[in-house]
Design a protein around this ligand. Sequence first.
Ligand SMILES: [Zn+2]
Length: 280
Amino acid sequence: MWMNPIVNHLIQLQELTQIRVEQKAHRHGHRLDELDASIAGLTQQLPSDVRSTVARMQKRDTLIIVPISNGICTGCGMKLPTSLVQAVRVSEHIQVCPICTHILYYPEGTPRHIGKLPRRTEPRKDGIARFSSQALMIPRLKAATRDEAIRELANKLRDEGYVDDAEKLMDAALKREAIVSTVVDTVMAFPHVRGVEGGGLTLGLGISPKGIRFDEREKNLTRIVFFMVIPTAASAFYLKLVAGLAETFMDSEARKLLMAEELPEKLWKVLVKLTKKKVV
Ligand SMILES: [Zn+2]
């Protein structure tokens, strides 16, 4: 399938810009200079008219380009005219949403979120329970490597009916990890996949008893892996969730409590309890 090269370029640029915001949210400002240089390089390569559009948008937020899902702009939720959807698929010119003005693209090969909507009879959830559940807890990861850990968590999300394709999910998470590692404070990692179609923000948690070499640059091993699947519409939520988790588990006592549990139901209970104040 043909993909507009400018669109490709903009997706990369957006990815880097969002990583930059994440690095700041983690509060460790790791490799910001490197990211800034890559962002400047990519921006410079854009045609000048696109560059000025992007500069204008970046003043507002980090979201520049959003996928169309089922004929709907995922930036604002508006149903788009069929002619516009068609233009996005074939035109060499960039197209913007008439409502939210984000640049539009037609996604190909992104994993789909198939999580069922909660039943109305279920009580309204709050805190971490909005994004995760006991079924997504792995208190004893079997994985010995980063790739295996991501695979184990991606399989869990598929097996529990949250995503359709664990392979695609794993590939996307590893691609993201290759740009800049998601390790925070050595012991924790936050691998994730953005731009998943549909559904809600979903979090799986795995604990490695032995530790995993998640990032070659880190001296110590990673023990706690938060794996997240992020629909475009949930980008802002995601940053809040990551900041809340990072803040909660910067505390080594909190980490110890999490790592001590051997059963999914116990791990889930501890996660809910510890994140109560920071994830709301
Ligand atoms: Zn829109």
